[in-house]
Design a protein around this ligand. Sequence first.
Ligand code: GLC
Ligand code: CA
Length: 550
Amino acid sequence: MKDIASMTIYQVYPRSFYDTNKDGVGDIPGVTAKLDYIQSLGIQMIWINPFYPSPQNDNGYDISNYTAIDPLFGTMADFEELVSEAKKRQMGIMIDLVLNHTSTEHEWFQKALAGDPYYRDFYYFREGRSDGSAPTNWESKFGGSAWEKLPNKNEYYLHLYDVTQADLNWENRNVRQALYDVVHFWMTKGVSGFRLDVLNVISKPARFEDDLLGDGKRFYTDGPKIHHYLKELHASTFGPLSLVTVGEMSSTNVENCIRYSNPNEKELNMVFHFHHLKVDYKDGKKWQLDRVRFAELKELFHSWQIEMADGGGWDALFWNNHDQPRALGRFVSDKSEYHYQAATLLAATIHFMRGTPYVYMGEEIGMINPKFTEIDKYRDIETINHYNILQNDGFTEQETMNIIKERSRDNSRIPMQWDSSHYAGFSSVEPFYPISDSKKWINVAESVTNEQSIFYFYKKLIQLRKELDVIQKGSYIPLYLEQERVISYLRKNDTTELLTIHYYGEEPVQLQLPDHFLEAEILLSNSDRQELTKQIKLKPYETLAVIRQD
Ligand code: GLC
Ligand code: CA
């Protein structure tokens, strides 16, 4: 199962994938029902976002019981069936574990609140300052203070995310053991992998102090004991088995990512990091709009590819997930006239890189952001918090919504578009999230019947990765650096050279092909290019891969 260089992983946000029991919310039987579809793409593993019991304040990332299934999504028997049906189709299930925090409704937190000293030490309770204010100036990643005051006491608990997501105290050996037991529980259920939520923030500093330069991030990001904890997690749980592990790493750097993912370090198989998805943030701020800085995007891709390879690390390759507005319409046009070119350009750009590609549900048919303009269409807690913050900061309704519709995570959380029917084939009742009008022209039913669709382009990319050693293991050499909107690289091994060119613009651009590629074969193209010439005039959003053997 575990050949991370040749596999492609598909991400399912279960709430929005497929609803089988007609309550408007996608569910686990809905994933099982669509396994044949996922398999038909050539996928080897499916990452499913959290389905555990939860008050759902952060759509399940606020877990109140780690070892059960929320009835909203089904039963444990449904989950077992999913695992076994996936296995029958040579696919593994990767579950999503949130080990940094629990819901404040979790039994541990409830016992801590009731004064049980054993469980109080599971979290970070700290006294407020003498004037009653929070222990430090740290900010929550969802807005506001990272500390929440307990009623009638000058005491606070730490939450780097929502107030209902209390951070666990990894310093406490009992906490770590309790979490390793959780990992074991799911290993015995036959899961094949783990996606580990915000894993690089679990190690907090020994002393909490004000951050005079920022929001506190620098004290706990890739924190003091992080590598020690990950080695212990590995040795105590999935290490001895060949499971696939990926850590979500917030605001990290390449040195730490090499350590997280180099096999010799015995921590994880690979990492998600997000720098390439911040190149349209203004001064690092997500809730301020800016244009895409392509030079920066390109530099990030190239430097991470090279440095991770040099250090023996391994990347997860992705544009999209449930926390990001879709890349289509963000880095490239989402107009229907360019739909096929733009979507396939994005795909080819990362699928030929060194790492393990992830496809987020709907990406393979070119789903686009709905960019809803009324706040009542949004469900996400981070979005609602920032709506309020922007309004308090004096932005008009229109200005606020201009930002929200570009940046909200709900852009990617709307229902999967299976067909063009009223509820997009997702459910037969009104869904939890609004349906996008784009279902009329972007849907699975249409994609799978058209051999020229985005879906078949993805299928081809996934197949090529399985077949070609040069994609899996070849070295990586950046090319055409002077062209701002061209991302191009050569992959190379002893026998093969694969040249890929990806053009992020609409105005025609001219490139010169290296002489020894004139006789090469076109491996993949999203335009009608039939032959190679010395001068290549790139079409809007063109992607081209050419291969030559020695
Ligand atoms: C991760 C998840 C995100 C969640 C956050 C807090 O970033 O992907 O959806 O809100 O962690 O658990
Ligand atoms: Ca349902």
